[in-house]
Design a protein around this ligand. Structure first.
Ligand SMILES: C[S@@+](CC[C@H](N)C(=O)[O-])C[C@H]1O[C@@H](n2cnc3c(N)ncnc32)[C@H](O)[C@@H]1O
Length: 267
């Protein structure tokens, strides 16, 4: 990844790029050509996000690819691909969260991307990473927008790590969520070479600026070897707190609310 070029283009698109407080409030980049993607493709994304991904793809080296986890109906994938005809994109989704997205995604890709530019895999991301269909190319730009449990967020990085090119950009969505930030932070703490470039929060989910928060990391392999025992007690303790306690409680609360509503309707 031509990192300096990527940052240079970001500065052109968002003149306030180095002032993170202003950038957090930015509604759109200077170039508005991706705005219409979101008019045509329903997505959990904003114009800013699409432009950031698009610029990351534009700065890929010839032997690098863009990889995305979590496509839904394809808004971010199309946003990343448009105008980047020389670069290949690989993506997966197991459609575990929303009904009816698979057909929409296929229709979107065939309508807005040329054959062969984007390869989509209907599968769980851990299997996708194991398969690594982009090989022998490496991942120069990675976008994780999959499940948001702590284990998913952490594995989304851990499984992709061996495939990153020597200099890669990693964009993680929905980092308003504590579990997402905790997973990123643990990875950055455990693996040499992770540098936090952007940490943008939003007042709420679905916000027109950066949706539900976004983090951008740079990973440079030359900083040191990846420890063989990634995860370990640091992972286990956080997974227990974020997933086994908090996420579990959230699911139980939702189930209780559902049952109460059903009971109320059936009275
Ligand atoms: C927030 S949506 C992605 C939004 C999308 N990037 C867009 O442009 O609108 C999250 C997606 O991640 C997928 N997902 C969740 N867990 C997954 C997993 N373990 N493996 C693959 N995909 C997963 C869901 O099916 C869902 O479509």
């Amino acid at each position: 990844m031509r990192f300096e070029e990527f940052i240079g283009r970001c500065r052109t698109e968002w003149p306030e790029f180095t002032d993170h407080q202003s950038l957090e409030k930015s509604r759109n980049p200077t170039g508005r050509e991706l705005a219409e993607v979101l008019d045509k493709v329903p997505g959990m994304a904003t114009e800013n996000k699409l432009k950031l991904l698009n610029l990351a793809v534009a700065a890929l080296e010839p032997d690098e690819v863009y990889v995305e986890v979590g496509c839904y109906k394809g808004a971010t994938l199309v946003g990343a691909a448009l105008g980047n005809l020389n670069h290949r994109l690989f993506a997966c989704d197991n459609f575990s969260q929303f009904d009816g997205a698979a057909d929409s995604l296929r229709a979107t890709l065939s309508r807005y991307t040329p054959p062969g530019q984007v390869q989509f895999f209907d599968m769980e991301f851990r299997k996708f990473m194991e398969m690594a269909p982009w090989q022998p190319a490496r991942i120069g730009a990675y976008f994780y927008d999959g499940g948001h449990s702590f284990a998913d967020q952490y594995d989304g990085l851990r499984c992709a790590l061996p495939h990153f090119s020597p200099d890669a950009v990693i964009v993680i969505d929905d980092t308003n969520k504590r579990a997402a930030r905790a997973a990123d932070q643990l990875m950055a703490h455990q693996v040499p070479g992770w540098e936090l470039i952007l940490n943008l929060r939003t007042p709420r989910n679905h916000h027109p600026t950066w949706w539900n928060g976004i983090q951008v990391y740079r990973y440079r392999r030359s900083a040191g070897a990846v420890p063989g025992d990634l995860g370990g007690p640091g992972f286990a303790v956080r997974k227990f707190i974020y997933d086994d306690i908090f996420l579990n409680l959230k699911h139980r609360r939702r189930a209780l609310r559902r049952d109460l509503k059903a009971w109320w309707r059936g009275r």
